[in-house]
Design a protein around this ligand. Structure first.
Ligand code: SAM
Length: 330
């Protein structure tokens, strides 16, 4: 389905929980965020009703995220049901990887093929600092298990932070020499509910690319089918097995090709990460709306998807999302 700016909206990101087993400094404040009450979180069957209404409007890809999706009970079964919806051509998940080791095989069994693992440092102590207590060994074991289980592509998401992990970007790029992973550098985005100071920690991907190019030749590559409409600019270090992606949400907006909708854990549809405009679906669902009525609401959200704000473009630091990434679904 085309929105009013001629973009084809075919991708739904589903946040199944706002709870997380980490407290990354740029994502959440130290004390954590107040969590949504259990009754206010969409039940799996409610999410599936929304997905079924959304596929009628052209959604063909679903990514499950959070909070940390793997902490929610029943997640594997839910993923199995989600990926069995015939119109959904691709089911993927974004995880911090802490619980991945135990469930990698089951994820594959549930029809998940693509997986994104967030990893902001390769050094155990720094990883623990950034995540406020995370154990990197578990993440590494999880990634290896996911690889063994045949999940592919495995994408490693790294957010470079000035003065914190910026010295590791070349180490991350080097991972791709021998491993068939896609390492993606994601620019820090401004969210109100985080401790990190966007203005002092933001690093543009242009700088990251330069640092890598000082040591390696980077060849730009065309994305595969599954990534063709994604926001990443892709490269390969000459001769490397894996790929390097740059997702430059701040320095090079990709609003004009944005194909996504986000369903928040508390049942709101959000058509733009940087606009706090949301449409409540949980209320109508619980009040007994029909599938047709649900479709009308989803359609309305697609129609209202903002093009982008000029103000953001000129000065991205001005606009901060009031909700944190853990509540919206990253
Ligand atoms: N718990 C899962 C995980 O860690 O991947 C999924 C949710 S997490 C919110 C999803 C992604 O959002 C992570 O890759 C994280 O790095 C990213 N993220 C969170 N806050 C961000 C920010 N302020 N700027 C850029 N990326 C952010």
């Amino acid at each position: 389905m085309l929105d009013k700016h001629n973009r084809e909206i075919n991708y739904l990101r589903i946040s199944v929980t706002d709870r997380c087993n980490l407290r990354c400094i740029y994502c959440m404040p130290k004390e954590g965020v107040s969590v949504i009450g259990h009754d206010d979180i969409l039940r799996y069957e409610e999410i599936l009703r929304i997905v079924k209404a959304a596929v009628k409007l052209g959604i063909v890809k679903a990514r499950v995220t959070g909070g940390e999706p793997l902490v929610r009970r029943g997640i594997i079964q839910f993923l199995g049901t989600l990926s069995a919806i015939p119109e959904i051509r691709e089911t993927s998940i974004t995880t911090n990887g802490l619980l991945l080791c135990k469930v990698a095989e089951q994820l594959r069994g549930a029809g998940v093929r693509r997986i994104n693992v967030s990893l902001d440092s390769l050094r155990p102590e720094r990883y623990a600092e950034i995540t406020r207590g995370g154990d990197i060994r578990k993440v590494m074991e999880g990634i290896a298990k996911a690889h063994e289980a045949g999940l592919s592509p495995i994408k490693i998401n790294m957010v470079p932070l000035k003065g914190i992990n910026e010295g590791e970007v070349v180490d991350f790029a080097r991972l791709t020499l021998k491993l068939p992973y896609q390492v993606r550098f994601i620019e820090l985005m401004p969210f109100e509910k985080a401790d990190s100071a966007f203005e002092s920690e933001y690093l543009s991907n242009e700088l990251i690319e330069e640092k890598i190019r000082e040591l390696y030749e980077l060849d730009e590559i065309t994305p595969d089918e599954g990534d063709a409409h994604g926001p990443a600019k892709l490269f390969r270090i000459r001769g490397a097995k894996g790929k390097i992606g740059f997702i430059s949400s701040i320095s090079r907006h990709f609003c004009s090709s944005c194909n996504r909708l986000r369903l928040t854990a508390d049942g709101h549809l959000r058509s733009c990460l940087f606009s706090d405009q949301e449409l409540d679906l949980k209320g109508p669902l619980r009040a007994g709306c029909t599938d047709e009525e649900l479709g009308v609401l989803i359609n309305e959200s697609i129609r209202k998807k903002p093009a982008f704000s000029d103000q953001n473009r000129k000065n991205p630091a001005i606009k901060k999302c009031a909700k944190g990434m853990s509540a919206i679904g990253g």
